[in-house]
Ligand binder design. Structure first.
Ligand code: PLP
Length: 430
């Protein structure tokens, strides 16, 4: 009889992990004040003072400008909306190529399609999992209009290098900063190095407003276009002095006063929210880094990692147990985890079938680019064999519980031979 919970032993962690209590009294009061004011949204979709939103939205944007040292912050109702607005703001046109990483959330790579742009995948770096500047360079063609860098799992991409590449080619760098709100690379906050950076405030992020997002930029023209696209651009573009009407058909990406009020409270406390994740991840790393076949996240010199995800690289040959079985045993010990992140996104049916917006595969009818396997081998290897991930933002983990998580990992690792002995039985479920 094995001690492993999967094989009938007692789990290290009993019961579900406590969810992270992201909302407090201050958020409650902020919401109450907005409800009492009767103004839940201050936007109108036509030229005039309300075109830019209500008082809380403006205060929230001002606070964001101050916190991140940027010239403009444009709130939106999600990071996805922010990415769509960014693609419109840079004037993306049908057939333009946008270089994206394959390991990210789908909104990153789908955003160019909204304007008929063509996503082109460039592989990621082995150790930080962010887009590899050398692979980006290899994909640049006269059609390339932008690069999207994702500061994945909370670690900065090589954003200074990517900005230099973008500037050298006269193209845009957009940062999808959904997962790294306080990331830093060489003293520069993530999200502020690209021409536009986009934050997420969805429920799963370090700070949140239920749903929400913020675009930042230092470029007055891009800011103006972002604000127009957010709010029915077609009604106000000419009034706002925009003469280049490309992509000046707008959406409703407006943030409510309720979200902005919560956002103000969360933003004031952002350091605490992020630091809690960092502390947990570092404790997990310190407690397990000596294990064979278990590589804890690396932090590149000069970087701050925000640990949206704590991702371990697993070496099946060294551990001697399949990743899937190890993860199953760890789950049984009460430590929720996932073998892998999302599949390389070129495997999405819409890319494989080259069918996005309309009939006949538009906009893929504008390109010869295809989306076969093998184009990003680092991502494929991580996905298929090596990645194990845990979500620090989801749980409220004190030191005691973190130590139990470490004990759970160490227990499964120490008893891995039992898993192999029982593998046939576990796989057949007998
Ligand atoms: C890297 C990345 N990009 C985009 C998004 C989409 O964010 P939202 O849910 O705010 O639209 C997410 C959300 O998980 C994300 O992690």
């Amino acid at each position: 009889m094995s001690e492993l919970a999967l094989l009938g032993g007692k789990p290290v962690i009993e019961g579900n992990l406590p969810p992270y209590p992201s909302m407090g009294k201050a958020e409650e009061e902020a919401v109450r004040d907005v409800v009492a004011s009767g103004c839940l949204s201050g936007f109108f979709g036509s030229p005039g003072p309300e075109f830019l939103g209500g008082p809380k939205v403006r205060m929230f944007e001002d606070a964001w400008v101050t916190r991140f040292g940027v010239k403009h912050a444009v709130s939106v109702n999600s990071n996805t909306s922010g990415l769509y607005a960014a693609m419109g703001a840079i004037g993306l046109s049908p057939g333009d190529e946008v270089i994206v990483p394959p390991w990210t959330m789908s909104a990153t790579v789908v955003s160019p399609l909204i304007y008929g742009g063509i996503p082109v995948f460039a592989d990621i770096e082995d150790e930080t999992f962010c887009i590899d500047p050398e692979k980006v360079k290899a994909q640049i063609t006269p059609k390339t209009r932008a690069i999207v860098a994702v500061n994945l799992f909370g670690h900065p991409a090589r954003i200074a290098d990517l900005r230099a590449i973008a500037d050298a080619h006269g193209i845009y760098l957009i940062e999808d900063n959904a997962q790294a709100p306080l990331g830093v690379e060489h003293d520069r906050p993530t999200g502020t190095v690209g021409h536009i950076g986009v934050a997420s405030l969805n429920f799963h992020k370090h700070i949140h407003t239920g749903e929400g997002g913020v675009c930042v930029t230092d470029d007055d023209n891009l800011a103006k276009r972002l604000r127009l696209i957010r709010n029915h651009a077609e009604n106000a573009a000419v009034h706002e002095g925009i003469t280049d009407l490309v992509n000046m058909v707008g959406f409703n990406f407006r943030m409510t006063e309720l979200s902005a009020a919560v956002g103000l409270v969360q933003l004031a406390d952002i350091e605490r929210h992020v630091a809690a994740r960092e502390r947990l991840a570092e404790r997990l790393s310190d407690g397990t880094r000596d294990l064979a076949g278990w590589t804890v996240p690396k932090v590149r010199d000069g970087c701050r990692h925000n640990y949206y995800v704590w991702l371990v690289r697993y070496d099946e040959a060294k551990v001697g147990v399949s990743r899937e079985l190890f993860c199953k045993a760890l789950n049984a010990e009460g430590f929720p985890n996932f073998p892998a992140y999302l599949p390389p996104l070129y495997r999405l049916p819409l890319f494989r079938r080259r069918t996005a917006i309309g009939r006949e595969g538009w906009p893929f009818t504008l390109t010869d680019r295809t989306y076969a396997d093998g184009q990003c081998p680092v991502t494929e290897r991580l996905h298929e064999r090596e990645a194990i991930l845990f979500e620090p933002c989801a749980y409220d983990v004190d030191d005691d519980l973190a130590d139990k998580m470490i004990a759970a990992i160490r227990k499964v690792h120490a008893h891995r031979a039992d898993l192999n002995a029982a593998a046939d039985q576990l796989q057949t479920g007998t």
